[in-house]
Design a protein. Structure first.
Length: 267
């Protein structure tokens, strides 16, 4: 999650080594950017593998972060990734084309094919960012505007902290983030979601993808517009719903759904 976090100096097939070239800082964008600059993909060592009412009150109490229980995934990975090969379908019908790559860290218990299908189904849904008819999205194997990584917590922490975003909670890498042209989905959250989210895990996964891709498209954080209402997709739902109910989509009933600009208290 791309929060105003505590700043610290902080692609079966062939396996390739990716050098994680981390882009500079990760400043929060609170309005739609005109056109975020394209970021070159990390260099590769060989061909990629084919892929089949109002803001929160100051009385907000954050959820407990269940990060110390035994985990069904590696906490640390090698920092190398498998990358989806070939072009995906063009998602959306109007607007400038933004290109993205997909990469899954080696050793993650999630296949590249699974992650590819989920991301394309999510971003290709009319409730996702293409719903505004102001952007089209397409998966590519090479140079792209941004790369969506599924990374172990340890690797996610290294990428995010190098870009100036601290994703730790209770001392452990917890959230996802976006830094520059790198959209980093934390494997821990992908596999286990968050405590008290109040929606099935697939919904949380769609939320996480739409939220971080939203940052790559130039959107900043928003807050719950009122108790019982859907949480805006750009709300930091991983850190709490603030009285709203879980929602994975930026467009509801054909219209952009948003809340007041702002950060979850203490984020």
């Amino acid at each position: 999650m791309n929060s105003r976090a505590r700043r610290r100096s902080t692609g079966a097939g062939l396996t390739i080594a990716l050098v994680l070239a981390i882009a500079g800082g990760a400043s929060v964008v609170v309005r739609r950017a005109t056109q975020p600059a394209a970021v070159p993909p990390p260099p590769v060592a060989g061909p990629p593998t084919a892929a089949p009412p109002g803001p929160a009150s100051s009385a907000y109490a954050p959820p407990s972060y269940a990060v110390n229980a035994p985990q069904p995934y590696p906490v640390n990975g090698p920092g190398t990734f498998v990358v989806a090969r070939g072009n995906g379908p063009v998602l959306g019908s109007a607007g400038p084309l933004r290109r993205y790559r997909l990469a899954v860290e080696n050793g993650a218990p999630v296949s590249l094919a699974e992650f590819t299908m989920l991301v394309e189904a999510t971003l290709g849904d009319p409730r996702s960012w293409i719903g505004g008819r102001d952007v089209q999205l397409r998966r590519v194997p090479g140079r792209s505007d941004f790369t969506i990584y599924l990374a172990t917590p340890g690797t996610a922490n290294r990428i995010c902290r190098a870009g100036g975003v601290d994703i730790r909670r209770a001392g452990q890498p917890y959230t996802s983030c976006r830094v520059g042209g790198q959209v980093v989905i934390n494997l821990a959250r992908y596999l286990t979601g968050v405590e008290g989210y109040g929606a099935p895990l697939p919904t949380y996964r769609q939320y996480a993808i739409n939220h971080e891709v939203g940052h790559a498209l130039g959107y900043g954080h928003e807050l719950c517009p009122g108790p019982g209402q859907p949480a805006p997709v750009m709300q930091q739902q991983t850190l709490g719903l603030l009285g709203c109910v879980a929602n994975a989509w930026p467009y509801l009933e054909g219209r952009r759904y948003a809340g007041p600009l702002g950060e979850v208290p203490g984020a």
